[in-house]
Design a protein around this ligand. Sequence first.
Ligand code: C2E
Ligand code: MG
Ligand code: MG
Ligand code: MG
Length: 276
Amino acid sequence: KAKAAGRNTLMFFNPAMAEEMLERHEIEVDLRKACEDGTLELYYQPILDLRTGEIVSREALMRWQHPTRGMVSAGLFIPVAEQSGLIAAIGDWAIRQACKDAASWESHVGVSVNVSPLQFREPRRIVETVKDALIASGLNSRRLTLEVTESLLIEDNKTTLGVIDELRTLGVTFALDDFGTGYSSLAYLSTYPFAQVKIDQSFTRTVHSSEASKAIIEAVCQLARRLSMNVVVEGIETEQQRIAVQLLGAQRAQGYLFGRPEPLANFLPRKDRNVA
Ligand code: C2E
Ligand code: MG
Ligand code: MG
Ligand code: MG
């Protein structure tokens, strides 16, 4: 926070900040343990084709069964993992686990894994991790999508494109996540070889109250179609939102209306459950 305030601002250290720092530190210590004792889990949320109503893919979302805090959502601990460097190990684990899990479900259903920009700072590592995960799981590489955010594209350059290209050669596809929340340069969509763009849930939430949200969803869907990318609209919670985004041209959707993130065991066919 102090950094964001700019270098000419004098920030006083107040009790709220001290508490926040302590909490971060505590989360970091616990998270380091969690990496070792296997209390991190992947939950999966379905992504549907709006025309057919079928599940086409599932997004892996990390959860942490914390000893005292209960189930902690990724939004809370991923930033801590990024700041502490733990994201490299956690990110590797997520890729391997998601490939293994996806290999146990319907063979026509893909899997999407979120990847932190920091994981691209070790280009060899992420490429090797993905290769190993595909081989170890036997998952067809075409079923794997890696989700990245715009912050990755702002920092780089050649290394990022190199990693993306190398992984695409293997058959892996890329999705641009949370589109519309960052710099959202339309140029990213043509510069980088994304197969998918995910429109952020903030547009879904305001689809009925804001003409701008409607216009943006519609424009991104049209552009994506011209560039042969598919669009996923995130955060669909109501039937009215589903109808609205479908009319605006969305092909795919994700959100609580269709399913919350759930552990693998909840949706795996019964006969497969004990092998997972
Ligand atoms: P994301 O990739 O944009 O994931 C979507 C987030 O929206 C998830 O939050 C999901 O639980 C939530 N969500 C889905 N449908 C709805 C809905 O209908 N309404 C509302 N209000 N929310 C919905 P979650 O699981 O807390 O994850 C937050 C973020 O943390 C993710 O955003 C992603 O950027 C990051 N993340 C999650 N798992 C991983 C991971 O394994 N690795 C990395 N690097 N980041 C991860
Ligand atoms: Mg995502
Ligand atoms: Mg998103
Ligand atoms: Mg997000």
